[in-house]
Design a protein around this ligand. Structure first.
Ligand code: NI
Length: 486
């Protein structure tokens, strides 16, 4: 059983809200007009930075595929700020460990799941900031969400806590302005706000800026409101910021490339070999006759995917890449290289959720947004889907089918996410692969990428013809059906 997750439904909210409205009116801070009209809409907006501004930016992925302990964490990686990525990973480690302890032993699907996604909230040579959103889904649809920011100070090469942006000597003024912002926000439930703050500096885990340059103090879902998502309060920053806070504010409002380390010129894109069959048809191979195997790689692309593409290109071995939509947007050039070199591309969702937890509409969004990103990058729409964690049900199959996609699982799993040892990974793949196998691996891990020279050489020596997944089935995959081997 999983304990400690916040229940989605919280009672007594309406009563508390009514008390709040009365109090707000008495103190002259009512958000409502004189005639008691609807509360004024909240217009402040978090300033987000387009990751494209940061040359060479990529995403680090930490994944656990052990049933009952599913985690999928992503962190930004900025060239020259490796310590920052490590700091973010370290900061979240206790939370991940706690999740593992709570979730261990759960075996009834849908299984508990922890996800971390990021946004950039500042970028410049003097400050870089990320906002990390953690979602924990427990049994029975229980949900816990957290939001925090991490800032990096390139001048000293150190990670900065969100509190380093605010001048401690202005504490009283800060709390007073934040309280006023809370009182003016019709979404805020006063009891919860009071419990959450209780005058404690450490209560603030997420500090960034609005598009107007105000401080944006953000609270996790359900912490101060019932909106089902994090709530940010905008605070006038005049006189409240430290010098680093001012640098962070400039990095949010007028972002630029931090340029901390020269980024090598991207390898020129190969001239596409004219092919009428970019991994999609039979490729002239008949796997009813030949001894075939399909190598598949999940979760990328990341910048290191290029190393794997080099290994495959040197051996003329086609493979299949099941890509995550958010990574596709960061690496369109790698996507084009995959297609140009004859690999097949499949959908691995936009944000890597366990699809069996989602309703049909949410599944459709996850799949369609990824198809769109792949099409923008490569000009092709995928016809194959690998559901994260291999989790699917009738709804997943139906929606995939409606979008023209087959579900592709695997029958060879070297557990490369667990054992980051290229020799172990190579040995397992070579021992388990049979005629018609689909091999699962993850190109996000350097140890996996390093394993594949030996794997490809070994399989070719054993007489295998390496093919894409569509080629393995002679281009005859049926939308909505599930395949794990030929
Ligand atoms: Ni995955």
């Amino acid at each position: 059983m999983v304990v400690g997750f916040v229940d989605r439904a919280t009672r007594g909210v309406l009563a508390a809200a009514l008390v709040w409205m009365v109090a707000a009116t008495l103190t002259g801070c009512s958000p409502t007009g004189a005639g008691g009209t609807d509360p004024s809409p909240v217009t402040a907006e978090l300033a987000l930075v387009d990751p494209d501004i940061v040359v060479g930016l990529t995403s680090a992925v930490e994944e656990n595929l052990e049933p009952g302990r599913f985690t999928y964490l992503t962190f930004p990686v900025v060239p020259g700020a490796d310590g920052w990525t490590d700091a973010m990973r370290d900061a979240l480690a206790p939370q991940v460990e706690r999740f593992g302890e709570l979730a261990a032993g759960t075996d009834e699907p849908p299984l508990p799941e922890l996800q971390v996604a990021w946004d950039l909230v500042g970028a410049s040579p003097e400050a870089i900031g990320a906002r990390l959103v953690t979602s924990v889904l427990g049994e029975d649809d229980t949900f816990e969400g957290k939001v925090e920011t991490s800032w990096w100070d390139p001048a000293t090469g150190t990670a900065r806590s969100p509190l380093d942006l605010i001048d401690r000597s202005a504490e009283v003024e800060f709390f007073s302005r934040l309280r006023a912002a809370a009182e003016a926000d019709p979404r805020v439930i006063p009891e919860r706000y009071t419990n959450q703050i209780s005058g404690e500096w450490e209560a603030f885990r997420s500090v960034a800026f609005t598009t107007d340059g105000e401080l944006w103090i953000e609270f996790a879902r359900d912490n101060i409101a019932d909106t089902g998502e994090p709530v940010g309060l905008a605070v006038d920053p005049a006189g409240l910021l430290t010098p680093f806070g001012e640098a962070a504010q400039r990095a949010a409002l007028d972002p630029s490339d931090p340029d901390l380390e020269p980024v090598p010129e991207p390898t020129p894109e190969p001239t596409p070999t004219p092919t009428t069959d970019p991994g999609g048809g039979t490729g002239g191979v008949d796997c009813a006759v030949a001894k075939c195997a399909a190598l598949t790689f999940d979760d990328g692309p990341v910048s290191g995917t290029n190393d794997l593409l080099d290994v495959l290109a040197a051996r003329g071995a086609p493979a299949t890449f099941f890509v995550v939509g958010s990574n596709v947007e960061n690496h369109p050039e790698i996507m084009r290289r995959m297609v140009a070199e004859g690999h097949a591309v499949g959908n691995h969702t936009k944000d890597h959720p366990q699809l069996t937890r989602l309703d049909a509409g949410a599944i459709r969004r996850e799949l369609t947004e990824t198809d769109d990103a792949i099409e923008v990058a490569t000009g092709q729409r995928p016809t194959i889907l690998r559901p994260p964690y291999g989790a699917y049900n009738e709804t997943v199959s139906r929606v995939a089918g409606e979008l023209g996609m087959s579900l592709v699982l695997w029958n060879v799993d070297p557990e490369d996410w667990k054992d980051r040892d290229s020799a172990v990974v190579a040995r397992r793949v070579l021992a388990q692969t049979r005629n018609g196998s689909i091999v699962l691996s993850h190109d996000i891990h350097p140890s996996t990428r390093e394993a594949y020279a030996a794997i490809v050489d070994g399989l070719l020596a054993e007489g295998f013809t390496l093919v894409t997944v569509p080629q393995l089935f002679g281009g005859q995959l049926q939308p909505g059906r599930v395949y794990s081997a030929r």
